[in-house]
Ligand binder design. Structure first.
Ligand code: UD1
Length: 438
């Protein structure tokens, strides 16, 4: 397994470019299942999760051409399999996004039930209950969820109120409803920009979706969808991670090709905590630490448009360098503080009070250590902590970060970070430490 070796303490400086949003690319790739015609997606980030989603599409029988690294042309004319198998669902939960499109177009789908994952149990009951309201029969067969459309093979439009906001649940239902007979209304829908991006693609494919980006989405079902071309929005979490990277190292970064309008809660909270952020133009932000220093400010994660859970770990890393005490409250996932103990090993003062609250005291001088990444965003927070720390940090299990950040070490190195990837094969070949010192 690859590792990162970081020598911290260098202020970053320069320009960094944001990639396409992983969490938008994943549902958009799945949406291609809805039509036999070709869907072309641009700005797909070159990250492991998108490769996994591509593999799922190919396993189903779709052809995926990748004329350049970030353009995917998907043709799902000959779907032969209607199943997202355990091997894929267990490595990437977002493969459940195949469920809605498969059952909508083919009247049947089988998706392995996702197990627990590092950041909590993450069930898909809300997806299934909503699909049932569209007439699907849902059963559990040998660890797989099997969904079938009612007689006639088409789902039926319905009024669905989600008891809790779910991003991929909203996306699954949005896709399912595009081909249903009649109109579907999704209430208490997720308002994330990625949901809106998916709706944009679906409308280009001929769907009739209104209200995406608000909590009520109306979908008038159509008989069939066609091909389309679409560019994935920039990744707002990667953007936020770079803003923190500038501030935590006491440097300054220009973050290009982003969507500042998707980051209101993040930039708002970072500004209050002493990060100077300027909108250079509608797609570029400039960030640096205020000369007065960073100050501790509480944060609570909530669904969009509030502060995203996917930025909680990175913000916690920043708080270790801020003066005072701040409370971090996680309301979305029940087990998302695994990075705290790793940061403690680097010298951070973090008290985890419960599954949902932690208190960070700062500023503390971090020192490099050997730490382990436990999930995607936790890995990013450890990279940030490593950049701010004195000495050398080695982060193990960076495959987590490869799932969702495109070439993060190359992007950070280009703006002055001392970070390198130790490849498994290389680390395996390294002579033992005693040989090196001899
Ligand atoms: C998506 C994002 C993930 C982000 C999360 C919250 C993708 C591919 N992933 O994940 O990066 O951290 O939104 O912003 O877009 N829940 C249920 N039953 C369900 C579905 C969800 O109880 O059927 C719960 C979850 O356990 C969690 C909460 O609802 O506590 C929100 O989860 P959800 O919005 O569904 O997260 P994902 O869509 O999996």
């Amino acid at each position: 397994m690859d590792k990162f070796r970081i020598t911290g303490g260098r202020p970053l400086s320069g320009r960094v470019t944001v990639s396409g949003a992983k969490n938008s690319a994943l549902p958009c790739l799945a949406a291609a299942i809805l039509t036999p015609e070709t869907v072309t997606l641009h700005n797909v980030p070159y990250v492991r999760d998108c490769m996994t989603q591509r593999r799922l599409l190919e396993d189903l029988g779709a052809t995926v051409l990748v004329p350049d690294l970030r353009t995917h042309k998907i043709t799902a004319a000959n779907i032969e399999l209607f199943e997202a198998p355990y091997e894929l669902v267990k490595t990437m939960r977002a493969s459940v996004l195949a469920l809605g499109p498969l059952v909508a177009r083919f009247g049947k789908a089988k998706v392995s039930l996702p197990g627990g994952c590092a950041i909590g149990t993450r069930p898909i009951d809300l997806h299934l209950e909503a699909l049932k309201l569209l007439g699907a029969q849902v059963s559990l067969e040998s660890g797989n969820i099997v969904a079938r459309a009612p007689q006639g093979g088409r789902l039926v439009g319905s009024d669905v109120t989600f008891p809790k906001v779910t991003v991929t649940g909203t996306e699954n239902l949005l896709m399912a409803a595009t081909l249903a007979r009649g109109t579907t209304v999704l209430r208490n829908a997720a308002r994330e920009p990625e949901v809106e991006d998916l709706a944009d693609l679906l409308n280009r494919m001929g769907a009739r979706v209104r209200g995406a980006g608000t909590d009520t989405i109306t979908i008038e079902g159509v008989e069939a969808l066609g091909g389309a071309e679409h560019t994935i929005i920039p990744d707002r979490i990667e953007t936020g991670t770079f803003l923190v990277a500038a501030a935590i190292t006491g440097g300054e970064l220009e973050v290009k090709d982003c969507r500042p309008d998707h980051l209101g809660a993040v930039t708002g909270r970072l500004r209050e905590a002493g990060v100077e952020i300027e909108e250079v133009n509608p797609t570029t932000l400039h960030a640096r630490r205020s000369p007065k220093g960073l100050v501790a400010r509480d944060v609570t994660t909530e669904p969009y448009p509030d502060f995203p859970t996917d930025m909680q770990a990175q913000y916690m890393a920043l708080l270790t360098q801020a003066a005072g005490s701040a409370r971090v409250t996680e309301t979305i996932f029940e087990n998302r503080f695994m990075h705290a103990s790793e940061m403690q090993r680097m010298g951070a003062s973090i008290r985890v009070e419960s599954n949902s609250t932690a208190v960070v005291e700062g500023p503390t001088g971090l020192s490099g250590a050997r730490v382990q990444a436990s999930d995607l965003r936790a890995s990013a927070s450890l990279v940030l902590a490593g950049l701010a720390a004195r000495g050398e940090t080695v982060i193990e299990r960076v495959y987590h970060i490869d799932r969702g950040y495109e070439k993060i070490e190359a992007k950070l190195r280009a703006v002055g970070a001392d970070i390198e990837r130790l490849r498994e094969s290389v680390t395996a070949q390294l002579p033992p430490a005693e040989t090196l010192t001899a």
